[in-house]
Design a binder for this molecule. Structure first.
Ligand code: RTP
Ligand code: MG
Length: 140
């Protein structure tokens, strides 16, 4: 299978607890390569735009408030089957349902403060990567 890229966010609950390195170690241990990374503070507009697909969901306003409550680390991950592989490494959205050894089982605080985001399909991965990174910033 060809190399694939996915988009990741280390969310404010995780940066607040200084977990970026531990999460990156789990990403790398799974065979994924971090080919772009930056620490940013999302504006409200940027967070609303990123999660526009959820704008009608009851949790949308809380989610946007959470995502702008502290710094995040945005990343591009590269590897074979990277999109599905990272979803596996992350674990289920609700940490109570996440498998042992996953990032969310290990670190997440709640269904909202669940430490990481990962793209769910090739189209959303490409769109999300280019929401934050130019091609020149991605070094495979
Ligand atoms: P993500 O997009 O962040 O990778 O997470 P996901 O696919 O596993 O979950 P999704 O359904 O796309 O939801 C996006 C994020 O919204 C927050 N959420 N809160 N309060 C709630 O019921 C609720 N449900 C979802 C989480 O932060 C989730 O990751
Ligand atoms: Mg999602």
């Amino acid at each position: 299978m060809a190399l694939e890229r996915t988009f990741s966010i280390i969310k404010p609950d995780a940066t607040a607890r200084n977990l970026t390195g531990k999460i990156n170690a789990m990403i790398e241990a799974a065979g994924l390569r971090i080919v772009a990374q930056k620490r940013v503070r999302l504006s409200k507009a940027a967070a609303e735009g990123f999660y526009a697909v959820h704008s009608e969901r009851p949790f949308f306003n809380d989610l946007v408030s959470f995502m702008i409550s502290g710094p995040v680390v945005v990343q591009v991950l590269e590897g074979e089957n990277a999109i599905a592989k990272y979803r596996e490494v992350m674990g289920a959205t609700n940490p109570e349902n996440a498998a042992e050894g996953t990032i969310r089982k290990t670190f997440a605080e709640s269904i909202e403060a669940n430490s990481v985001h990962g793209s769910d399909a090739p189209e959303t991965a490409a769109q999300e990567i280019h929401y934050f990174f130019s091609d020149l910033e991605i070094v495979g």
